[in-house]
Design a protein around this ligand. Structure first.
Ligand code: URA
Length: 243
């Protein structure tokens, strides 16, 4: 194995929540030293070891439990797991709950959520595609509201991202829509901005990912051209799945 393929392999297992790796003596370059676990940088964080065989949305929600794995638990009212059609062909991934979502325990129900609903329903209707908000699945990278709606921090994204990855692995959509830069970072592991990545196809594992602007960004009055671009992105997304 090359160092690059080992790094890729470790990143894959880290995505699944596995934070300890043992080197079998027969595979070790030097079998002399006893195999040591790779140290978990945050040993206080308890992660389920693997996306289990036969995983379901219910078991993922049960594993989240009354989560205390990161600081976001301190001010949340409700964990916002995700909602929608479990057999959805398309999954939308946002950043994290806002105030309305935190209070009601449902994703994208505030102003940004209403815009997202209108974008989904209106674009699909105009294009003659049988998609509505009810027919997709919607969730976020972090399941608890960041205080003052701040951007989730990398460790919060990493801990909660494992649950997002399990949700996506269970849902197996035909396409994923990453809304904004937090979802894009979590899914694609890139630092590139949304402006550069939007409108093109990327991949999470083997699932196509369309990157577009977050609806909160589109709510800002000066973003008329971004709104048009987001509509184009949704058209591309819907046609790719339903044509
Ligand atoms: N913004 C998000 O990213 N997610 C929500 O659920 C609501 C607002």
């Amino acid at each position: 194995m090359t160092p690059e393929s080992i790094a890729e392999w470790l990143a894959f297992y880290r995505d699944l929540g596995i934070t300890e790796v043992y080197v079998r003596p027969s595979h070790a370059a030097n079998p002399k030293p006893a195999p040591q676990p790779v140290a978990d940088p945050r040993p206080e964080v308890l992660l389920p070891s693997l996306a289990p065989e036969g995983d379901t949305l219910e078991s993922i929600r049960a594993d989240i439990g009354d989560c205390r794995r990161c600081r976001l638990c301190q001010q949340r009212t409700n964990i916002v797991f995700g909602s929608g059609e479990p057999n959805a062909k398309i999954v939308f991934v946002g950043e994290g709950p806002g105030q309305d979502e935190d209070l009601q325990g449902l994703p994208f129900i505030g102003r940004a959520g209403q815009l997202l609903t209108a974008m989904i329903d209106n674009t699909a209707r105009k294009e003659g595609i049988p998609v509505t908000r009810e027919s997709v699945y919607i969730c976020n990278v972090v399941k608890c509201r960041p205080p003052e709606n701040r951007t989730p921090q990398p460790d919060e994204m990493e801990v909660c991202g494992q649950f997002l990855f399990r949700q996506l692995a269970v849902l197996k959509p035909k396409a994923i829509c990453a809304l904004g830069s937090t979802a894009t970072k979590a899914l694609l592991g890139t630092k590139e901005g949304v402006t550069k990545l939007r409108g093109q196809w990327h991949r999470w594992r083997d699932i196509p990912v369309m990157v577009t602007y977050h609806p909160s960004f589109l709510l800002r009055a000066y973003n008329e051209s971004a709104k048009r671009e987001a509509w184009e992105d949704l058209k591309k997304l819907f046609h790719s799945v339903y044509d």
